[in-house]
Design a protein around this ligand. Structure first.
Ligand code: ADP
Length: 695
């Protein structure tokens, strides 16, 4: 069950799109009483000499009433308006039934025409009948035009009635048109503005144009601002009263009405459109009432029609001026807020960009530099920093220092914009040089402002290092494949020429040549196989799981015992002492252990029985795995380089590709550790070790 409606919602329901019968009746009762009450007050001001009410605000009430009537409430609204208009027309028509009917009908035609025109010319009314918040200046003009036309229609109908049933009066005709149109314009605009402020429709699409962005401050500062606003409003009220006292009270005979525009200008410049509209309406109405009471500058005009008309024209102009100034102020504020939020957005984008960005003027002054730019160039990060562009030591791609006229921004100002050129930034403290890919673009700036170039740079040091490593790797692969291929070619040529020769080929000799060819082919196969493993170790998706180390190491030990026996090395002692459980990729870790144990068995002095130990222990919460052997050991000078691809120690009689340890190092790195080599137990042989996480 929905709770009772809150006041703003109830106001919206009553004023627009009422659906339920009680709300419709409440609305009809409210508008009818308002219309009749306002009409009675206006009728009290009828003067002897004119027999015509000088003001007629009921027209405004009727126009707003029908403007906000919905499909459901319209029959009730129109009927009630007809009755209310007839009641109000009774006295002015001297009880003449025909004239009462004409006046009531004219009120209905006016209200319906006004609504039709507003719908045609503006987007004030939403399809569901509710009103949008008025923000556009043009709408004020369109509402004024609709009010003039609707007032004209109403007045003309009454005039026609007077021609038919009574006595027409040309002056009264124009006066009636003026007072009715002004009433429609002023009442409808005030109601629309105030309603839009106190009770905007609940869902989106509340304003004519794009909704205003949220105001910045909330909480305490918003409260303080509100207090300051109400203080200023009180000051405005006092000032307005003082100006009225001066112009209407102290010097009523002086034509000082223009002074009354001062408080209006204040209200328009400093307050929102609803407040400005209410101020305009009240000040204008006070002027009208005082004039009707015979006080003030307009009261001196003899002609009663002219007197009333001048006072109302004054009301209309004061009101329109105040509202228009306030709407312009609102538009400016909205535009300013939009601009500020766009600037903030742009600022955060520039700050967040990972590339260095720098805006520079022709004399080398930095207008803007983002954080990435500061970090890369090492310039102090000071907000609003402006200083001459003095880059550290910049070198072009070919190693030459960047000369003054070759600077990217200088070239860009000269019309030579760089699109991704490499530049080397030499580190002042002897650290790693950085390679930057720089672009420079001349900015499109307002004529008359200093020209600017946007420099952007991307740190491609890692990319360049990677492609250099890749190129050298490819070179080494090609080189290592060429050797066995040359062997294959050489021996097969030799074999062919022997076979072509006149001498019959000795079978032992032929066999020896074929063996050499087979050996080279086998070496190529191993090399290609290891290359594949190497790429796998680098790029294969890591699928870590819980592994019992012993279960991984035992089969590795067994296979290597077997291959040692096959290679004629006799019995290889391979111990496994791995009681720990680790978290890693089983395929890659098996490859790792296999390579390490294989090397340990292979690199021993000829005739020495290999003795290998695979151990694990807990160190700092990680499992340290080590493979020790009694082999040749690795000289201290080579302990870094043996992990590079294709790096081999010069050891005649031991074949290999130089990729095995590179594969091992990759696998260990991908598990978050480093593979290291040291001496073996008692200084004999070597120890390879690394760490693995536990599950
Ligand atoms: P490969 O064994 O195919 O030559 P590796 O990358 O596995 O390539 O090894 C690189 C070099 O490191 C080898 O040439 C070898 O001399 C040396 N080496 C590797 N493991 C050992 C070890 N356990 N004992 C002594 N030297 C080793």
């Amino acid at each position: 069950m929905p709770g009772p409606p809150r006041l703003p919602e109830l106001v919206v329901d009553v004023l627009a799109d009422p659906r339920s019968r009680p709300v419709i009746l409440l609305r009809v009762a409210l508008f009818t009483s308002l219309y009749v009450a306002v009409a009675l007050v206006a009728l009290m001001s009828v003067t002897e000499d004119t027999q015509l009410s000088p003001v007629w605000p009921s027209s405004g009430v009727a126009a707003f009433w029908i403007l906000t009537s919905s499909r459901a409430s319209r029959p009730y609204d129109l009927t009630a308006l007809a009755v209310a208009a007839a009641v109000a027309a009774f006295a002015p028509s001297d009880g003449d039934a025909a004239m009462v009917a004409v006046r009531a009908g004219a009120a209905l035609v006016m209200a319906l025409l006004f609504r039709r025109l507003v719908d045609r010319w503006t987007v004030l009314r939403r399809p569901d009948g509710r009103l949008r918040r008025l923000t556009r200046l043009g709408t004020v003009g369109k509402v004024a035009a609709a009010a003039l036309l609707a007032g004209l229609a109403q007045t003309s109908l009454i005039e026609l009635g007077l021609v038919l049933f009574d006595d027409p009066d040309r002056l009264a005709y124009f006066h009636r048109w003026g007072r009715n149109s002004i009433a429609i314009f002023v009442v409808v605009l005030t109601a629309v503005l105030v309603l839009g402020a106190v009770a905007p429709p609940p869902n989106g699409d509340v304003a004519e144009a794009a909704p205003e962005p949220a105001r910045r401050s909330v909480g305490a500062s918003a409260g303080a601002r509100l207090r300051a606003r109400s203080d200023e409003l009180a000051a405005l009220v006092v000032f307005t009263a003082a100006v009225f006292a001066l112009t209407f009270g102290a010097f009523p005979e002086l034509p000082m009405a223009f002074v009354l525009f001062l408080p209006s200008a204040w209200a328009g410049i400093r307050f929102s459109p609803p407040v400005a509209a209410v101020h305009g309406l009240l000040t204008g109405s006070v002027a009208v009432v005082l004039t009707l009471a015979g006080v003030g500058v307009y009261a001196q005009v003899d002609d009663p029609f002219l007197r009333a008309f001048l006072a109302q024209a004054f009301l209309c102009v004061v009101f329109a001026t105040t509202v228009v100034i306030s709407l312009i102020r609102n538009q400016l504020l909205t535009a300013e807020r939009h601009a500020q939020s766009r600037t903030r957005l742009l600022d955060s984008v520039v700050r967040a960009v990972g590339d260095g960005l720098l805006l520079v003027e022709e004399d080398g002054r930095i207008v803007l530099m983002n954080r990435a730019g500061h970090e890369l160039l090492g310039v102090q990060d000071r907000p609003g920093y402006i200083g001459p562009l003095t880059p550290g030591e910049f070198f072009e791609g070919d190693g030459k220092e960047v000369s003054e006229d070759r600077r990217f921004y200088v070239r860009a100002f000269a019309g030579d914009e760089a699109q991704g050129e490499d530049m080397i930034l030499r580190s002042p403290d002897g650290g790693v040089d950085r390679v930057l890919r720089v672009s420079a673009q001349l900015m499109d700036v307002e004529p008359g402002t200093p020209r600017q170039v946007l420099l952007s740079w991307h740190d491609v040091t890692a990319e360049r290092a990677h492609s250099a490593a890749l190129a050298s790797f490819a070179g080494e692969v090609a080189h290592d494949l060429k050797n066995p291929l040359a062997v294959v070619e050489g021996w097969s040529e030799m074999l062919a020429s022997e076979l072509e020769g006149t001498e019959p080929l000795d079978s032992a000799e032929g066999l020896a040549m074929t063996r050499r060819i087979q050996g080279a082919a086998a070496h190529m196969r191993t090399l290609i196989g290891e290359l594949l493993t190497y790429t796998l170790a680098r790029d294969h998706e890591l699928r870590p799981e819980r592994i019992e180390l012993a279960q991984l190491a035992e089969p590795v030990a067994e296979i290597n015992r077997q291959s040692a026996a096959d290679a004629g090395q006799g019995v290889a002692h391979i111990e496994v002492d791995c009681p720990h459980v680790v978290w890693g990729d089983p395929v890659l870790l098996r490859q790792l252990l296999d390579n390490l144990v294989g090397n340990s068995v292979k690199y021993v002095v000829e005739g020495v029985q290999p003795h290998v130990c695979i151990r694990s222990r807990l160190v700092d919460g990680l499992v340290e795995v080590s493979v020790t052997d009694n082999g040749l050991g690795v000289p201290v000078a080579d302990r870094e380089r043996i992990f590079e691809s294709f790096y081999r120690l010069d050891r005649p009689g031991y074949s290999g590709t130089g990729l095995g340890l590179a594969i091992c190092a990759r696998i260990v790195e991908r598990h978050g550790s480093h593979l290291v080599v040291g001496d073996g137990p008692d200084g004999v042989g070597s120890t390879f070790s690394f760490r693995l996480p536990t599950p």
